[in-house]
Design a protein around this ligand. Sequence first.
Ligand code: ARG
Length: 494
Amino acid sequence: MRFPLPGLHDSETRQKDKIYYFTKQFNFQTTKMFMNSKKELLWQSRFSLPFDRDALLFSSSVHVDKKLYREDIQGSIAHVTMLSEENIVSVEDAAQIIAGLREIEEELSGGSLLPQWEDEDIHTVIENRLKEKIGAVAGKLHSGRSRNDQVATDTRLYMRRQITELQVALGGLLGVLIEKAECYHKTIIFGYTHLQRAQPISAGHYYLAYFNMFSRDRQRLHDLMKRVNISPLGAAAFAGSTLPLNAERTAVLLGFDDLFSNSIDAVSDRDIVIEFISDCSMIMMHLSRFAEDLILWSSYEFGYLEISDAFATGSSIMPQKKNADIAELVRGKTGRVYGNLMAMLTIMKGLPLSYNRDMQEDKQPLFDSAETTIGSVTIFAKLLEHTKLKEERLAKLTAEDLSLATEIAEYLVRRQIPFRDAHRITGKIVTWSIASDVTLPNIPIEKFREFCDAFEPDIYNCLKADVSVNSKKTHGSCSFDSVALQIEMARKEL
Ligand code: ARG
């Protein structure tokens, strides 16, 4: 029999994995192995048989939702404070409960209390521990509250914190993008369409395109926060309570901006979770595209960009390799976040109102999306900060490239040639240039005139990358002036 190596599987985080491992080995009979645990489940009294151990193991969510312990305790303290203010629980009892909860928070954060899977979920872990500490008084905490509004509250508090963290991470990335745009404001690079060199642009313009995308992502989170920061506490199981709960008060105590208006909706929707993961997916999609550019541009074939050695990886067999693993991982993790979005949509799609246990499955996709996205944004900003454009090589490549062809067509338009004709004439010039191996700026004027007699020697002024970039006159274009203006606006926005 093989057993997970100690050290590789530390007992707390891998607890449930281990149990699964055991259940496989022993053909799913945990009963004998865990007989020593005699904890009572919150709802056990109604039943004549103890809950089957394998069924409990299957339904326990402690290994996932233990992450919510801080939010759970925060919510409980607010709830019991309100209970005492409304004379539902005495001030002394409330004080005892609050002191106990504070101690449990320390025990959990310090690691002296390890949540056990037999407790079913983190709410039960905390409640059982409170009972151990202060006895029967602990049972008063749950007056007028169900785990349904409790978990909905915890989830919203968790999301509020993660949204703020993600906004901060995005702010960092936006800052790096502005720095890059400023630093490479006058560096000319190729702009691409269809991954074919299209037209020369200011590199600043390129970085600002991503600034705009991530700025919209941040706005989306800001908007989402309005829907997340609403208290569901006081909805109880789903129908409300006969006790004189003051839901406004708990909402205020927990820093919520608003209060649920329908108790069924308060406990049974998870649309904000789906919306959050959708916002995360959008961010990851933007990062993934950016990652793709970095990977391509840092390759030998492109050779436009150097990733700092501190953010590159090597190969265990090919000594020359310098890989962009961080960017690749961000691109790869995007797939996982998309998967979480699909999981959540599917979990919710067939659920009759109101609460169903299926909804417990929301936490893994939610936590994973939040952590993956925050981690990806943060590391990507750092990676980007440590990249350099290879300016000399870019200057050489952009100087004589066919991507100046649009300049020729627009030159002819300025000489009153209809654009479609100008396009056709330029196409022929490009074909000749490739066939004769003469770059566009080196084509003699006589040759230009063979294609169209509207050409004058001033055509050569257009055939310089910087002139091409800077003769762009339109709103939001790639000229140095336009980029400078965009940088100024971006700075203001940040
Ligand atoms: N662990 C549960 C969840 O995350 C808590 C709510 C349990 N409610 C219930 N009616 N069984 O959804």
